[in-house]
Design a protein around this ligand. Structure first.
Ligand code: GDP
Ligand code: CA
Length: 327
């Protein structure tokens, strides 16, 4: 390809960051040295929250740390070799949430971010500034500059911040629905719809369809932008062999009445030809029997290995997603 391809990925945290690492590797394998000009990641900010006076952006940080190579890959969140001195002190004060750990280095990130927000920078501007510290090889954009933190509503009407439901209760309290208060008045962050319109491919990462990709698509104008792009839209299944690989996405899917299957998630996003978003859907070899089901929904099925457990698997999946778009 003569001009550098323009790739946009919609992504959540852990699954999202592994996939973005793979796409970056696949772009580098195509001889692109400066992938930052090619790769734009639109990140879920539904997980964000205020805690002990600082703004946390879990998915934004997961992707930033992973691209910088400073993430704790074992644990799946936060910085490698972090300590928890400040966290212990906060707990002695009875501040914050006793079941929510914040690493010292991570808190440095949150303090820097909060300071800049207080000075009047937008979340997009803060993320741009934070992206300069490391050579990320990608441009990161929050889905929106508005605060629209995900709330889990239980059957009895109890409302919990997503992080409390997920981290404290491990998704064991049956959700009736997920809401993002404020999202109806939100707009995609500056640069997001332009990047989608100018893309050569738009990729839906194998992230949680309900609480990671869901909030991104719930930003008014986002679906329309994805539907309108001339680029192919290619999604990757977060479900392998009928199971969530990691995390509790099955509980989220059940809550919105969607089966935990690669075909059902493809159906949730829908075919672009039928008012949905997808042109093609990568599903795992373990789910090859569902290819006809996906095709019947008007989406081109592509059966590929979907494991991202090591760098080679990530790069192979990134490559498969680009190849699906002719890149
Ligand atoms: P979170 O924001 O940290 O919860 O992460 P994401 O929403 O980005 O991704 C979580 C989803 O990634 C999980 O629901 C898994 O189904 C999916 N996932 C994790 N590892 C893999 C993998 O190796 N392959 C695939 N296809 N999906 C994965
Ligand atoms: Ca997340």
């Amino acid at each position: 390809m003569s001009a550098a391809p323009r790739v946009v990925v919609l992504a959540g945290g852990v699954g999202g960051s592994r996939f973005v690492l793979g796409v970056r590797a696949a772009l580098r394998a195509r001889g692109l040295a400066d992938t930052a000009a090619s790769l734009t990641v639109v990140v879920n900010t539904g997980d964000d929250l205020w805690l002990s006076g600082v703004r946390l952006q879990p998915d934004v940080d997961s992707i930033t740390y992973a691209l910088a190579g400073v993430n704790d890959a074992e644990r799946g969140w936060g910085r490698r070799d972090d300590s928890e001195r400040v966290n212990r002190e906060l707990q002695e004060w009875g501040a914050g949430w006793p079941w929510f750990t914040l690493g010292d280095l991570d808190l440095g990130t949150h303090l820097a971010r909060t300071g800049w927000l207080r000075e009047g920078l937008t979340p997009t501007q803060v993320l741009e500034r934070m992206s300069h510290r490391w050579d990320l090889g990608a441009r990161l954009l929050p889905m929106t500059d508005a605060e629209a933190d995900t709330v889990v509503v239980l059957g009895d009407g109890t409302r919990l911040h997503f992080q409390e439901w997920w981290t404290r209760h491990r998704a064991t309290l049956a959700p009736a629905r997920f809401e993002n208060p404020g999202i109806d008045a939100a707009a995609p962050a500056p640069g997001v719809t332009g990047a989608i319109a100018a893309a050569d491919v738009v990729l839906l990462a194998p992230s949680n369809p309900v609480v990671s990709i869901g909030p991104i698509l719930a930003v008014p104008g986002m679906r329309e932008a994805v539907r309108a792009t001339a680029a192919p839209v290619v999604g990757v299944s977060p479900i392998i062999g009928g199971k969530v690989v990691r995390g509790m996405a099955d509980v989220c899917l059940t809550a919105i009445g969607v089966e935990t299957s690669a075909a059902a998630v493809a159906g949730l996003y829908g075919a672009r030809s039928a008012g949905g978003l997808l042109d093609a859907w990568l599903l795992a070899e373990e789910d090859a029997a569902l290819a006809d089901d996906v095709a019947g929904r008007g989406i081109r099925p592509l059966v590929r290995p979907l494991w991202m457990t090591d760098a080679a698997g990530q790069a192979a999946l990134g490559d498969a997603a680009l190849v699906a778009a002719g890149i």
